[in-house]
Design a protein around this ligand. Structure first.
Ligand code: AMP
Ligand code: ZN
Length: 463
């Protein structure tokens, strides 16, 4: 069984051949820590967590996911709130790690922070200046895109088109409008470090290039992130690193996840259509949120609706329901054909919807079987397969207990909310109020709007 991955660079699915099977390297661009992660931000860490789990089956993996803790958006947040930059980045780094943990994302092997790699960034800029790929101007250092013939190859863009379409920032100190910043000056109010070009701070793209070089080497096997990072971020990382390393390949496989959308629009802070992971964790179990994120293929868009989480919860009810009451018996072994079929779906460019379908297939066989040994074997198979994508790692009893503690299963709550809407329509307010009280007692908050009622789970202990 060979793992094939879709590589943005070649635009094709390619068999995965690592440079060194004893040390496979993967880098995923992490969050800029100035606010809480929304559910779109959680898609890359969850997707690449699945890939990391899969790679660890066959190889020794070194997986790095950075924390961007120097960025103009963070500076702006500090100005807006009056809080120190360190306060902001510490708070949101912790929140991010807690949120991802709740979604079953295992910590990467290395989580480098940009502010701890300024010396490496300065060193890389010096290399790029020495090799003639960069130039200093007015306290800035810029990368010259005209001096890298392959610029635009990853994102399939033509530099000339970029200027015509004005997709790049024009500035007087640039030799070419598409040139991008490696270093920029900081005034006294902004964070800055001493450098040969004066006090300043690095450009965002350079941060990843320098951290990759330090922790993973000049060439990584896999570089990943969301689709929006292909240009300019990854194009620029690639340009800097390739030129600083004498033309060596920077990443052998580029993987990009599609967007999580709300009604056909990308979920994004700037559009104000975000649902925070924290909020969603009050409405549903982290495992259900994870399942929702993996229910579409990672390269496809994923539409997030009011039905997404109740549906994911029902799916886990069914999987855990099948496993319930089957005594644990490690001696029973596993159904290796079913396990291999499951892994084959993941080896096909991480086809998680198909993998979930295989898991349901095993659950159906389990439900239909009356043979104790067969049932024990199928449960073991479900556990082994589930663990590969980060599911079914709890005791089924714990899953159902957690669901009860969260106020019952989603179907039942949907039905209660529907009965309440019907009672209100019939002007039977006593019944409507009684149902609302019952829901409140279960920790469910109902919100009425012109177009219907919605509900959410209230965090335990919240008043
Ligand atoms: P940011 O903090 O905005 O740099 O985003 C962190 C990560 O989340 C990046 O890998 C983005 O590509 C990814 N991302 C942001 N919004 C979405 C979305 N709506 N769907 C999928 N990925 C996203
Ligand atoms: Zn990056």
């Amino acid at each position: 069984m060979t793992l094939t991955l879709h590589d943005t660079g070649s635009g094709q699915k390619r068999p995965f051949v690592p440079l060194n099977p004893e040390r496979v390297t993967m880098y995923v661009c992490g969050p800029t820590v100035y606010n809480y992660a929304h559910i779109g931000n959680a898609r890359p860490p969850v997707v690449f967590d699945v890939l990391a789990r899969l790679l660890r089956r066959d190889y020794t993996l070194v997986y790095a996911r950075n924390i961007t803790d120097v960025d103009d958006k963070i500076n702006q947040a500090s100005i807006d709130t009056g809080r120190s930059i360190g306060d902001i980045t510490n708070e949101y780094t912790e929140a991010y790690l807690a949120d991802m943990g709740a979604l079953g994302v295992r910590p990467p092997d290395i989580a480098p922070r940009a502010t701890q790699h300024i010396a490496e960034m300065i060193e890389m800029i010096e290399q790029l200046l020495a090799s003639g790929h960069a130039y200093a101007a007015e306290g800035h250092v810029l990368f010259s895109v005209e001096r890298f013939d392959d610029y635009g190859a990853l994102s399939k863009r033509d530099v000339r088109e970029m200027i015509a379409g004005a997709r790049v920032e024009v500035a007087p100190y640039k030799q070419h409008p598409a040139d991008f910043v490696l270093w920029k000056p900081s005034n006294d109010e902004l964070p800055g470090w001493d450098s040969p070009w004066g006090r300043g701070r690095p450009g965002w793209h350079l941060e990843c290039s320098a951290m990759i070089k330090k922790h993973l080497g000049t060439t990584v096997d896999i570089h990943g992130g969301g689709q929006d990072l292909v240009f300019p971020h990854h194009e620029n990382e690639r340009a800097q690193s390739t030129c600083a390393h004498g033309g060596q390949t920077f990443a052998n496989y580029w993987l990009h996840n599609g967007f999580l959308n709300m009604g056909n629009t990308k979920m994004s802070k700037s559009l104000g259509n975000v649902r925070l992971v924290r909020e969603l964790l009050q409405e549903a179990d982290g495992e259900a949120i994870r399942l929702a994120l993996l229910s579409a293929h990672y390269r496809q868009p994923l539409d997030w609706t009011g039905e997404t989480l109740p549906e994911a919860t029902r799916k886990l009810d069914r999987l855990y329901g099948a496993m319930q009451d089957v005594p644990v018996d490690p001696q029973a072994g596993i159904d290796s054909d079913a396990r291999d079929a499951f892994i084959a779906t993941l080896h096909n460019d991480l086809n998680t919807p198909q993998a979930l379908a295989e898991l349901f297939q095993i659950a159906r066989r389990l439900n239909a079987s009356a043979d104790a040994a067969d049932r024990a074997r199928l449960v073991n198979t479900m556990r082994e397969c589930g663990a590969l994508i980060g599911f079914l790692e709890r005791d089924p009893q714990d899953w159902f207990a957690a669901q009860r503690a969260q106020g019952g299963d989603a179907d039942e709550i949907d039905a209660m909310v529907a009965r309440r809407v019907a009672a209100k329509k019939a002007k039977d307010f006593a019944t409507a109020d009684r149902i609302r009280d019952e829901l409140t007692a279960r920790g469910i908050e109902v919100r009425d709007a012109a177009d219907g009622s919605t509900w959410k789970r209230i965090e335990a202990g919240a008043s």
